[in-house]
Design a protein around this ligand. Structure first.
Ligand SMILES: C[S@@+](CC[C@H](N)C(=O)[O-])C[C@H]1O[C@@H](n2cnc3c(N)ncnc32)[C@H](O)[C@@H]1O
Length: 286
């Protein structure tokens, strides 16, 4: 069984988790179309028992609970205490929905107790993904489904490529990350995802590209939307990390450079940027 990554626990319980709570509404707007596509692929049915892996602030758990109805149930699991606390505060009363603070890849889960394993961008952070998926698969009933959405490579995702490109001459480039190290783009390689799920014992693995624009910033006017996009890039994600230790003398020109990059994107009261994801489905063999 994999050890919980101390780095991931600290990260999602520290500044990153707090920023995800603070930006929950706009992150939800940004991610909605991708989550909806994953829910469509998951096809939750009335009565289904669902595990929402890395549920964050619980938006997809709440949506799934509405779909499975009173005969079903949804368990949202996340390692981030601030996000789980926020998710609990948002759960509508009377829905079959619970949240647990735990590592989904190693927490005790009753065998064969779920019909569906689901995730919106919550599966890319395991130190040993094959072991984590094997662990979660054992909680699926025979024939149960897996459906999740994950990002493709950073180079294919303009919402990170554009702002990072804009600050290239202002900030020393971060060391090239190991593409398989836990992180948002660690499932970018389709063959790797297939290998992980096959090693974990899943069958019928299907990995389909899903490309869609996403609203990176929104506002009452175009200028306000661009401000919003810059603000979000400075708070969450790779750009915020690259700039977190930089002095104002670097952050101010970086903000201007990022603003120019966003201003070149379409949108009337938004900044629409291209996102590239995989929709992954598989089945627990019967
Ligand atoms: C990119 S966020 C997505 C959150 C949420 N699914 C959403 O779409 O808003 C990734 C989430 O995965 C969680 N996470 C990372 N590693 C985890 C693990 N081993 N077990 C459970 N959750 C984990 C993080 O705390 C974070 O909330």
């Amino acid at each position: 069984m994999p050890e919980t990554s101390a780095y991931q626990v600290a990260d999602w319980n520290g500044r990153n988790g707090e920023q995800w709570v603070a930006n929950q509404a706009r992150l939800d707007q940004m991610l909605a179309v991708f989550g909806d596509a994953a829910i469509a692929a998951a096809a939750p049915a009335a009565g289904d028992r669902v595990l929402d892996v890395g549920c964050g602030a619980g938006t997809t758990s709440i949506a799934l609970a509405a779909r499975v109805g009173s005969r079903g149930r949804v368990l949202g699991v996340d390692i981030s205490e601030p996000l789980i606390r926020h998710a609990r505060s948002r759960a509508p009363a009377g829905t079959p929905l619970t949240f647990e603070l735990a590592d989904a890849g190693r927490t005790a889960l009753p065998a064969q107790s779920f019909d569906l394993l689901f995730s919106r961008f919550g599966t890319m952070f395991f130190d040993d993904p094959a072991a984590a998926f094997a662990h979660m698969r054992r909680a699926l009933r025979p024939g149960g489904r897996l459906a999740f959405v994950c990002w493709r490579a950073a180079a294919e995702n303009d919402w990170v490529r554009l702002p990072m490109g804009a600050i290239r001459d202002l900030v020393p480039p971060p060391p090239s990350p190991d593409p398989e190290a836990p992180g948002p783009f660690s499932f970018g390689d389709r063959d790797r995802v297939a290998r992980i799920l096959t090693a974990a014992g899943f069958a019928d693995v299907a990995i389909a590209p899903f490309d869609h624009e996403l609203p990176f910033g929104e506002g009452a006017t175009r200028a306000a939307a661009i401000d919003d996009a810059v603000d979000m890039a400075f708070q969450v994600g790779p750009l915020s990390r690259a700039l977190s230790d930089q002095p104002d003398a670097v952050r101010a020109p970086a903000a201007e450079a990022v603003r120019r990059a966003f201003a070149a994107r379409p949108g009337e009261r938004s900044v629409m940027i291209d996102g590239a994801a995989w929709i992954v489905t598989a089945r627990n063999p019967s």
